[in-house]
Design a protein around this ligand. Structure first.
Ligand code: SF4
Length: 385
């Protein structure tokens, strides 16, 4: 061992002995022994400071390695956002346009199919289809999207419609969520994004998205989807008005659902992009998370969910490819999708681009000392590089 190596170890041990709070080390011990940490424990971990943050990242990285090894997955997919005309008016959203706005658009079915075909030709296994809540859209439009894509591309995986869109579709159709989801599944829906979750706390939702479905409804739609064997992702948008307690509560709701249904494929922390949003301009929200908050959110998510959700995704769209790479050392094992087009974060001021080519994702993962692997939406390995 070199002198530098010895000094580094001595420094680390000294810091461990001197600085670490027994409450923090007890929680870490609990996590390392494979036990679940509590909601209150995760609040303490979100509050980690100084050297504790290094420990947090290391423990999350260790649990990731123990659970899923060194493979880092990604999916070749294309985002298709079919309308931006929206009646919900969330304060954090810079993508949507009010009804009748000159920049409002809605894609025609043949354009959506054309984009899916282009994606398939470029090797995509998935199209991720989400739109704003546009009252001009007939609910048949949702079924048409699914049927028209499956007609020409029966093998492509359609990952579509947030719980908010399911709520809109069911309401317009005047059917239960169960009936609505059955109809959509029958028409070709393979899985759903667990978006519209934001922070699962109704007080926070009153500030950031007062017209969106409430927590109870979000949970009901997600659980119904899982019961019908429609897998979903799970997400959390943080870095606005949320506190450590809100994030901990959100993680706990996600974990409780997963214990019951096993229907979540992954958890995706989504860092709030504040630049062009009304929420930030009104002075109600922070200017997004800091870098260390991003790191802590991914690490705590891994530690809190590890026994139930194996896959923690880092979003290169939100964090940028460089910082997303660093987060691979703090609990993440999935790099998300190539996307091919990304509209929502870009509208809010994100500058990470709208497409990340496969070769770049592979380089990023290899450079992190890990093994790149293409996966399907439901985490079947397609190819190890
Ligand atoms: S987040 Fe979705 S529902 Fe809310 S305003 Fe934007 S597009 Fe509409």
């Amino acid at each position: 061992m070199t002198l530098v190596g010895k000094e580094t170890i001595v420094y680390a041990v000294e810091r461990l002995v001197k600085d670490l709070d027994p409450e923090f080390t007890d929680i870490i011990d609990k996590a390392l022994s494979g036990k679940d940490i509590s909601e209150k424990d995760s609040v303490r971990l979100f509050e980690a400071r100084n050297f504790e943050v290094n420990i947090l990242a290391m423990v999350a990285d260790y649990l990731r390695w123990k659970t899923v090894g060194d493979i880092v997955t990604f999916v070749i997919n294309r985002n298709i956002n079919f309308t931006n005309e929206c009646m919900i008016n969330c304060a954090f959203c810079a993508y949507s346009k009010p009804l009748g706005h000159p920049e409002a658009y809605t894609l025609k079915i043949n354009e959506i199919v054309k984009r899916a075909l282009e994606a398939w030709k470029l090797g995509a296994t998935e199209v991720c289809i989400q739109g704003a809540i546009n009252p001009k859209l007939n609910p048949e439009f949702y079924l048409d999207i699914l049927r028209s894509i499956k007609k020409v591309l029966p093998e492509i995986h359609i990952h579509a419609f947030s719980p908010q869109e399911i709520h809109y579709f069911a309401t317009k159709m005047d059917v239960s969520y169960r009936e609505a989801l059955k109809m959509l599944k029958e028409a070709g829906l393979d899985s759903m994004p667990g978006t519209a979750a934001e922070i699962l706390d109704d007080e926070v939702r009153k500030v950031i998205c007062p017209n969106k479905i409430n927590v109870k409804t979000w949970i009901k739609i997600i659980k119904t989807a899982h019961e019908l064997s429609i897998p979903t992702t799970s997400t959390m948008m943080y870095g606005h008005v949320d506190t450590s307690e809100h994030k901990a509560k959100h993680l706990n709701i996600i974990r409780e659902i997963q214990k019951e249904t096993h229907g979540f494929t992954e958890f995706v922390p989504l860092s709030f992009i504040h630049y062009k949003t009304r929420l930030y301009a009104s002075g109600l929200a922070r200017p997004g998370a800091t870098g260390l908050e991003d790191l802590k959110v991914h690490a705590v998510s891994r530690i809190f969910l590890n026994n139930y959700i194996k896959n923690i995704q880092v979003s290169w769209v939100k964090l940028g490819p460089k910082y997303a790479q660093a987060i691979l050392n703090a609990g993440a094992n999935d790099f998300g999708g190539t996307l091919m087009e990304e509209n929502i974060s870009r509208a809010a001021g994100a500058t990470s681009g709208t497409h990340l080519p496969v070769e770049r994702i592979i380089n990023i993962i290899r450079d992190a000392g890990r093994i790149p692997a293409q996966r399907t939406t439901i985490y079947e390995i397609v190819k190890i590089y």
